[in-house]
Design a protein around this ligand. Structure first.
Ligand SMILES: NC(=O)c1ccc[n+]([C@@H]2O[C@H](COP(=O)([O-])OP(=O)(O)OC[C@H]3O[C@@H](n4cnc5c(N)ncnc54)[C@H](O)[C@@H]3O)[C@@H](O)[C@H]2O)c1
Ligand SMILES: O=c1ccn([C@@H]2O[C@H](COP(=O)(O)OP(=O)(O)O[C@H]3O[C@H](CO)[C@@H](O)[C@H](O)[C@H]3O)[C@@H](O)[C@H]2O)c(=O)[nH]1
Length: 328
């Protein structure tokens, strides 16, 4: 029986595939390669196609005996979602609907889902708990919340069990050096900062210096991608053991401002990393920091690389060895 990983050629998906393979699991990846890379799929079978193509998905479920799905495939950029809401509803909400229908027709009833801190919006309290208010401030978070709700109703009607993992900000790369972050165009803070250190950009833009935070820049909770991968294996185990549907935050519980991230990157790389202060980017909450107590208690999940310095050093190892990502 195989684990079907949608978006498995992408950043977090490819690290989770590596973890599944390391534990001897059979893996099938579905990816349309809009962001993913063939080279990022280091084993298993890659089926290239789109979630929204019902014939393609039916064929994938016919060809492979699937026991559970891990669903990463989505459009996932806060800034872009504020300019292209239609793309986000179509790829994320309609895409997940197509996936759930294909699963239902194939009799597959377990799904681990990539949700996000963006489902919360401006937090009621910090650190954020799973029971806190969900009121997204951007289209991306709104679509992810809709996807969570959709799974809930498929559970009620069809017994589809889901674990929704609300991750905070993923960063870092695989210890082997074989896989890492390679988005085109890149929009994430840490890889952009490291591109400055590599001499590929002159400076890093800071989006907003007037937030209600200690230094005025946005605060995020950065979590190592391999710690996220480990959480997916634990969530999968919960479902395959017959566990009920659940929602978990995944973060380290410590927030770092944009300026603090740049400062740590200066220490790690030895580069001065010049910065320029720009206006706010639409849709960004000021502070997102996780309480991951529930994942710790119920999944036994303990991040192994919780220090921001180690996370950035891990990303730096990948980016300095692969300055053009999978192109070399
Ligand atoms: N990167 C983060 O910090 C972060 C944090 C929270 C949640 N997430 C979520 O985690 C998931 C993975 O994020 P990532 O950073 O690895 O993104 P990514 O873009 O690297 O990976 C997504 C993959 O899905 C594929 N894909 C997208 N739409 C598809 C479709 N319709 N059919 C088939 N394949 C499709 C892309 O080609 C890509 O390989 C996303 O769902 C994202 O919303 C990411
Ligand atoms: O050039 C840049 C890029 C980003 N930022 C800021 O840095 C922070 C982090 O931004 P980014 O790395 O783009 O991540 P987020 O927008 O926080 O979103 C990531 O983290 C979310 C969870 O918190 C996920 O759901 C998203 O998919 C993922 O892209 C934000 O305050 C941005 O405004 C800058 O100041 N300059």
């Amino acid at each position: 029986m195989a684990i079907l990983v949608t978006g498995g050629a992408g950043y977090i998906g490819s690290h989770t595939v590596a973890e599944l393979l390391a534990r001897g699991k059979e893996v099938v990846v579905v990816d349309n390669l809009q962001q993913g890379h063939r080279e990022a799929v280091i084993g298993g079978t890659l089926e290239v196609g789109d979630l929204r193509d019902a014939d393609f998905m039916a064929e994938v479920f016919r060809k492979h005996k699937v026991e559970a799905v891990i669903h990463f495939a989505a459009s996932s950029l806060v800034g872009v979602s504020m300019k292209e809401p239609g793309e986000y509803y179509h790829n994320n909400v309609y895409g997940t609907l197509c996936l759930l229908e294909a699963m239902h027709k194939a009799g597959v009833n377990n799904i681990v889902f990539s949700s996000t801190a963006a489902t919360y919006g401006e937090p009621e309290q910090v650190p954020i708990k799973e029971t806190d208010r969900t009121q997204p401030t951007n289209t991306y978070g709104e679509t992810k919340l809709a996807m969570e709700r959709m799974m809930h109703w498929y559970d009620v009607a069809h017994g589809v069990k889901y674990v929704s993992l609300r991750y905070f900000n993923a960063a870092g790369a695989h210890a082997s050096g074989r896989i890492g972050e390679d988005h085109s165009p890149e929009t994430h803070l840490i890889p952009l900062v490291l591109q400055v250190a590599l001499g590929q950009r002159e400076q890093i833009s800071i989006f907003g210096g007037d937030y209600a935070t200690p230094d005025g820049t946005c605060v995020r909770d950065y979590i190592h991608v391999s710690d996220l991968a480990d959480a997916h294996l634990r969530a999968l185990g919960r479902l395959l053991d017959g566990g009920e549907s659940a929602v978990y935050n995944l973060g380290n519980g410590r927030g770092f401002s944009v300026r603090e991230v740049i400062e740590v990157a200066r220490e790690v790389t030895g580069h001065p990393i010049p910065s320029v202060l720009l206006d706010r980017r639409g849709g960004d909450p000021a502070v997102l920091v996780a309480s991951a107590d529930r994942a710790r208690t119920e999944l036994g999940w303990i991040p192994q690389q919780p220090e921001l310095r180690d996370i950035i050093a891990s990303a730096w190892q990948w980016h300095s060895a692969h300055p053009h990502g999978y192109r070399g």
